[in-house]
Design a protein around this ligand. Structure first.
Ligand code: TRP
Ligand code: ZN
Ligand code: CA
Length: 453
């Protein structure tokens, strides 16, 4: 049976005249086996249960690489580096900050002094989320003075930036508050991150539910190393790599050699990813990851050849996606189901006088999870005596929600919007408006039935 059902896009006006192939719905059997739940029109109990944790989007490798190209250009234009105290560092900060500001982040530049030069940390807060549960992801943005620092650490900086931009593009509404950070003067001894942690009031520090660090994640002869720290963060990364069939090892090339260390010292749960620096890839590692055994993970570590040519795209891509996966998973976010979508059937359905129940149907598709706790049910029935009518909403599984009883209802027509707590019903499927005329003489028809999610 084909029903004329339309789905109006969220952004169109609610009242839309649509061309509908008007077909009468078949009469449903009068017998009712399904449980009937009386719901007052004003009922609104608990809020809709979340549709479930949303999956992280793919972080486009091309976008991450475009940031690396910009960082390379900045280095090239500023004496070949992006080091603390040099103009290439501040230009790098300005580049990242402009992207974040345009994407709706609240950015803060934190200044400090090191070796007689001003340094900067860039902090970007994504508005919303629980202010008492803050999840952080960060990367050092400075290079050594001998090169452009594209793997160390343009790679982590670009991946954190692109993940933040993905949060914005998705309109992500995490349960936790998200904060992204780009540290200055890491290469001088974790100066920026130490400064940040030392200057964070104890109350703010205690709100940090985790810090994830990304320092060198595109090494040209890569390994896939996961920090062995907070078990939840570690497992989240490992699960991601398991899911894409990539083996990981525990990071051992210098625990405490990057910006997670001050957080760890302050008692904040930490984790992170790393693809290797000057250490040599073993034969066993080359066996499982490919690449060249007996060679450094990054032969250009801290040297002038750490340019855009010093990146393994596959490693950068996988680590960027793992980063986004961890941000999405650990912030326990949900993408709220769209609201305001209306599904309707405007085919007329005759209601037999004092006879069998009839139904009008709408088919809902493309939604996730359950229907809302305040599902709006639009009922338009033309009738000469509405007191004759018993009206139910039938969920896709047949559960009936009583909208209106018969009797003591001395008027004509039913033109109402009922509110139903349908939060225990799966949204997708065929919903029916069931109408039965239980009194003789007066008659009418269903003119329209709509559901607004
Ligand atoms: N932090 C180092 C740098 O920037 C790189 C490094 C060496 C590293 N060992 C590490 C980073 C272990 C993370 C984990 O030069
Ligand atoms: Zn370095
Ligand atoms: Ca009647």
């Amino acid at each position: 049976m084909t029903h004329s059902v339309s789905r109006m896009p969220r952004r169109t006006a609610a009242a839309t005249v649509l061309a509908l192939a008007g077909l009468l719905a078949t009469a449903a059997p009068a017998a009712t086996a399904a449980p009937v739940t009386a719901v007052p029109t004003t009922a609104r109990t608990s809020p809709a249960t979340p549709a479930g944790t949303a999956a992280a989007p793919d972080v486009p490798l091309a976008n991450v690489k475009a940031h690396l190209t910009q960082l390379q250009s900045i280095a090239t234009a500023n004496g070949g580096n992006r080091a603390h105290g040099r103009p290439g560092y501040k230009a790098s900060v300005d580049y990242v900050k402009a992207k974040l500001d345009a994407a709706g982040f609240t950015t803060t530049l934190q200044q400090f002094t090191s070796s007689g030069a001003t340094g900067y940390n860039l902090i970007a807060d994504w508005p919303g989320g629980d202010p008492n549960q803050v999840l952080m992801a960060g990367a050092h943005l400075d290079s050594v003075s001998s090169g452009a620092g594209i793997n160390d650490n343009g790679s982590g900086s670009a991946a954190v930036l692109e993940t933040a931009l993905a949060v914005s593009r998705a309109g992500f509404k995490p349960a936790k508050h998200l904060r992204f950070a780009w540290w200055g003067a890491e290469e001088l001894g974790l100066v920026g991150s130490k400064y940040y942690v030392a200057n964070l009031p104890a109350t703010e520090r205690s709100k940090l539910s985790g810090y994830m660090n990304f320092d060198m994640i595109g090494s040209p002869n890569p390994g896939y190393f996961v920090y062995d720290d907070d078990p939840t963060i570690e497992k989240t990364f490992k699960d991601y790599f398991t899911g894409i069939g990539v083996a990981t090892e525990i990071e051992t090339e210098g625990d405490g050699r990057s910006d997670h260390a001050p957080f760890k010292s302050a008692g904040v749960p930490v984790g992170g990813l790393f693809t290797g620096a000057s250490r040599t890839k073993t034969a066993a590692q080359a066996q499982k990851w490919g690449g060249t055994a007996g060679q450094s993970f990054d032969r250009c570590y801290h040297s002038s050849c750490d340019t855009t040519a010093n990146i393994n795209d596959t490693a950068l891509d996988r680590n960027s996606d793992a980063l986004a996966h961890a941000v999405w998973t650990l912030s326990a976010g949900t993408t709220e189901p769209p609201t305001g979508d209306t599904y309707q059937n405007t085919a007329d359905v005759a209601i037999p006088d004092n006879g069998a129940a009839v139904t009008s149907s709408v088919t809902v598709s493309g939604r996730t999870g359950n229907a809302p706790a305040a599902l709006k049910v639009g009922v338009d029935i033309v009738h000469t005596w509405r007191g004759d009518l018993v009206i139910d909403l039938l969920a896709p599984d047949g559960t009936a929600y009583r909208l209106k009883n018969s009797g003591n209802d001395s008027a004509d027509n039913v033109q109402e919007t009922y509110t139903v707590d349908a939060s225990s019903e799966v949204a997708n499927g065929t919903w029916r408006l069931r109408v039965q005329d239980v009194g003789p003489y007066d008659t009418g028809y269903i003119s329209a039935f709509s559901l607004t999610f």
